[in-house]
Structure formats: C-alpha cells, structure tokens
Design a protein around this ligand. Structure first.
Ligand code: DLZ
Ligand code: SF4
Length: 519
C-alpha cells in the first residue's frame, strides 16, 4: 500500500471548513482536490450566474484552504488535460499524488452518489465516504422517523428538530407558547412594505476572471451576469446575513408571502445560494435569529418563520429526497405531460406576474419563495406541465438549486406529482389569490376579476380546469371538499365555459425550444 497522502475531493457545494472529509485531516498528510468540470455544468445547462457563483466560491475556498496550510490541487475548467468529469479527474489526481486513500463527504445529489459508489471498484485505492454533517438530521435518523408513518408531515418533523437543537425552546415547551406563528405571516404588500436592499458584493479579481470565463464558455446558457453580486466567501455570507438580521428580519414573517413587481428580494434573507454551497452554517444562522427575538429586536412570528424554513423545511426536503429517490425524479401522479412553454425562458408573456418572475430570475438567478411557489409552480400545476421539464427549469435557473432541495419542492410541494406524500393538498390558486398577495394584477393586460373569455386572467379558468381534469384523483381529498362542492354546483354551461376558456389559452402556449435545459 502506498504511504502517500489522503486525497480529499471537495465538490462545488461542499465549501465548508468544518466539512466532515476535512475534519480529521492534517495539512501535512492531505491533498485537497477541487475540480471545475464540464459535465457538472451540463447535466443541466445552469444559469450563468450559478456557474459563476460556484466557480468563484470554489476558487476563494481553495485560497482559504491554502492559507491554512493545505495543499490544494485545483483543476480549472480550461486547464490542459481537464477531462471534464469528476471520475476521470479523480483518477488523474490519483496518478499525480499516489494517495493511500480517497476520502469524500457524501454528495448532495443522487446522480453524483451513483458516480462515487462506482469508484469503489474503479479507483484502485481505499475509498471512505463520510456523512454530510452540515445538516441537523442525519439521514438514518430521518429514515427512522419516516418509517411506519403513512404521511410525512413537516410540522411534526420540525418539532423534533426544535427539540434536538434547543432552538426556540423554553425547557420542553416552544418559546412564545406555540410551535407555529404562520397565521401572523400572511400580510399582502401594503404601504408599510418598503423592503431595504440586500447586500451586494462587487466582483473582486477572482470573480471577474470567472465571469469572463463563463461569458466565453457558456454564452448560450440562460441568465445574465451583468448584476452578479452574490457573496462568494464565508466572510461575505456572514456580512450579508448580519444585514438581513438588522434590516429585514423584523418584517420577514409579515411579508414572507407577499410579492411586489420589480422588488426582487422583499424581506427575504436571500442567503440560500451561500447556504447551499456551504458558506454559512444553518444552525448558527438560526441561533443568531433567535437572539434577535430574545433581545427584543425581532418579533417571534418572524424568527419562528425563519427558523422553520431552515431546520424544518430544508432538513425535511433533504430527507424526503434521499428517501424517495430515484422514483421521485420520475413521479407524475397527475399524469401531467405538457411541455414547458417558451416564455418560461424568455419572459415574453402578457401575464404580468409570470413575466416579472422570469425577469427577476434571468437577472439574479433568484426569485423568492412565493414567486417560485404561487406564480411559477402554481402555473405549472394548473397548466399540467411535465414535472420533469419543470424540475429541470428550477434546477437550471436558481443559484441555490441542487437536486436534493429542488426536486422535492417541485415534484412534491408545487406539482403534487408524488401523489400527496409531501403536501396535504395541491398548491392550486386562482388569480384572486395572486392579486391578494401582490401588486401584479393592476398592470396586467389580463383582468383578474374576469373569469372566462378574452382578457380574463388565465389563472382563473386554469384553476377550475385543473380541478375538473383531476376530479377522479383529487375529489376524495378532504381539503379540496369546498372547491369541488363549488364546481359541482355550477351549471353545465358555466363549467363548459371555464373548460373552453382554459383550452383556448393552453392552445396558445408555444413549447420551449430544445436545448435550454439540456444539450
Ligand atoms: C453545480 C456545479 C457546477 C455547475 N459545477 C461544478 C464543478 O465544476 N465542480 C464541482 O465540484 N461542482 C460543481 N457543481 C456542483 C456539483 O454539481 C455538486 O457537487 C453536485 O450537484 C452534488 O450536489
Ligand atoms: Fe397574473 Fe392574472 Fe394577475 Fe395578470 S391578472 S398578474 S395573469 S394573476
């Protein structure tokens, strides 16, 4: 056996100094391998800013590791000999360093895990795959929690995470007397809704070099690099998060489901891109948010709502992903097959809400949660878009999207493609709901009050068409009893008007050209 160093490949979403694969390593005895590889940029053709974020953060992380004494073998995208795949790059690195073993933290995606599993037989050196300890809930614990439950409800899982972390707990009781303050978190965009700006980080020399590379090599990908301002280091992520705590957290809860045209980040933390590549620690963030409440600077409903997203929802979807893959990637319980419309990529639609979400997404590689769910996801559900097409789109366009977090949200939460394992009912809403939670409708060519015919908000007819189309599958759902009762009370003529109106609209959708999401 070689007495060479241990080779530690660190992937583009593993940029944490406390990473499990680095925790027991000493610099003298370790070579860290970081690889910019073509295959990872093409399995879907990511937004330009997402590639730039990952490459820039990887390069900054490599520099920090070197500063702490580690040897980092960093393969740049355009280095001569770069084979373009993780597997072949690890094999090349083994030839360069003759390591006595390879040690890696488990990856975030099924696809990459399959790749790494195959390394056991092909690398010719000992392989150690370590759990990713950057999550509160180890996967075996999640599987145990889910076993034997008919439905996996986030709420109960979340309470266990609260107990486990002690976040917002007074002894064994939830702080503030309740587990959930969401009833106070449903404010629409009123006169007091004037969100302060998020932190912007001007690209330094490393980021500028990466932006030039991405412009040159990924010119045909969706998205703009003109406004690139993401945090690319742990220090910048900490700075951005501090600013959120000070300026936006107090009203985060109240406006978390509100949307305003041209106001791309509202009161959101906008920390998910940094969080999901490892630049900031989720529990540490939650502790800081809790302190804001304990010291009287932010109300409980804002802080509880924030913590629920991080140690509740985020941990829960990760567990669901690993529990239900690979089936989840093919799930289509509602039999939705319509291809994605071209305007999902171009933003060229008269629907003001959709156009604004696509515009913001193109500009920032970001849209906030309710734009994703209530506008894009809801449209996809109502129009019966193919879950696989929609999942590809979400994975391409958002800087924070890795499959473990994106797929359960799209297939489970937004599209009900898993048949209701994750959500208790489909998240279907007509134009009235979008109107209540946004200021989009005032400037829209469509009339949100009109139900059918030319000029009527498409969401209205699509909503009833969705329920009618899926009556057999969904009518038994107790949470849909009211809408189905309303539908059945309508005259046959009225029902036909809705269905014809929806059909006429769906007829106008031009399918997306091939090649936006996958080559
Ligand atoms: C998303 C992505 C991209 C675009 N490029 C790279 C890369 O060149 N090198 C790398 O190590 N990671 C990249 N990533 C992130 C990986 O795809 C990520 O590790 C997997 O999605 C597993 O979560
Ligand atoms: Fe969207 Fe309908 Fe409102 Fe237009 S009228 S912004 S399509 S919800």
């Amino acid at each position: 056996m070689s007495n060479g160093p241990v080779l530690v490949p660190v992937l583009g979403d593993q940029l944490s100094h406390g990473l499990s694969s680095l925790a027991d390593r000493t610099p003298e005895d370790t070579v860290v391998l970081m690889m910019e590889v073509w295959d990872e940029t093409q399995y879907v053709r990511h937004h330009k800013a997402k590639i730039a974020l990952i490459f820039s953060a990887m390069r900054h992380f490599a520099r920090e590791l070197r500063d702490t004494g580690f040897t980092v073998d960093y393969v740049k995208l355009d280095d001569p000999g770069n084979t373009g795949s993780f597997t072949a790059e690890v094999q090349r690195a083994i030839r360069r360093h003759a390591p006595r073993g390879v040690q890696i933290t488990e990856p975030g995606e099924w696809r990459v895990r399959e790749m790494i599993t195959a390394w056991r037989d092909t690398l010719g050196v000992r392989l150690r795959v370590l759990p990713d300890t950057r999550f509160v809930c180890p996967l075996p614990d999640f599987f145990q929690w889910a076993a034997g439950r008919k439905q996996w409800r986030m709420e109960y899982f979340y309470r266990e995470m609260r107990r486990k972390t002690g976040l917002l707990m007074d002894g064994d009781k939830p702080a503030g007397g309740k587990w959930n303050f969401d009833a106070e978190n449903r404010g629409g965009p009123d006169a007091e809704c004037r969100p302060p700006a998020v932190s912007h980080f001007a690209p330094d020399a490393i980021t500028q070099e990466v932006i030039a590379l991405v412009e040159a090599r990924f010119a045909g990908h969706f998205g703009s690099l003109d406004h690139f301002a993401w945090p690319v280091t742990a220090a910048q992520a900490a700075h951005a998060f501090d600013r959120f705590l000070k300026t936006r957290l107090p009203l985060f809860g109240r406006y978390q489901d509100a949307m305003m045209a041209g106001t791309d980040t509202m009161y959101h933390a906008v920390i998910s891109p940094a969080l999901n590549i490892g630049l900031i620690d989720p529990v540490e963030m939650c502790r800081r948010a809790e302190t804001e409440w304990r010291e009287g600077r932010a109300p409980i409903e804002a802080v509880e709502g924030f913590i629920r997203q991080v140690i509740g929802w985020r941990e829960y979807v990760r567990g669901i992903y690993w529990l239900t893959m690979p089936d989840l990637s093919k799930a289509n319980q509602l039999g939705a097959t319509r291809p994605l419309p071209e305007f999902w990529w171009t933003g060229e639609t008269d629907m003001a809400c959709v156009a604004d979400c696509v515009r913001a997404t193109h500009k920032n590689a970001y849209a906030h949660h309710i734009q994703r769910l209530m506008v894009m996801g809801n449209f996809a559900l109502l129009a019966g878009l193919s879950p696989q097409d929609v999942a590809d789109w979400f994975l391409v366009v958002y800087a924070d999207a890795f499959e473990w977090v994106e797929l359960p949200n799209v297939a489970g939460m937004a599209l009900f493609a898993d048949g209701g394992k994750l959500a208790s009912k489909p998240y279907a809403a007509s134009g009235a709901y979008i109107d209540r939670m946004s200021n989009y409708c005032g400037d829209c060519r469509y009339d949100v009050k009109r139900k059918v015919g030319e000029g009527a908000c498409p969401f209205n007819a699509l909503y009833w068409d969705f329920l009618a189309r899926n009556e057999e599958r969904l009518a038994g759902n107790p949470r849909l009893a009211n809408p189905y009762a309303t539908w059945r009370r309508m005259s046959a003529d009225k029902q036909a008007e809705y269905r014809d109106s929806a059909a006429a609209f769906l007829e106008t959708l031009e399918p997306a050209k091939k090649g936006w999401a996958r080559a």
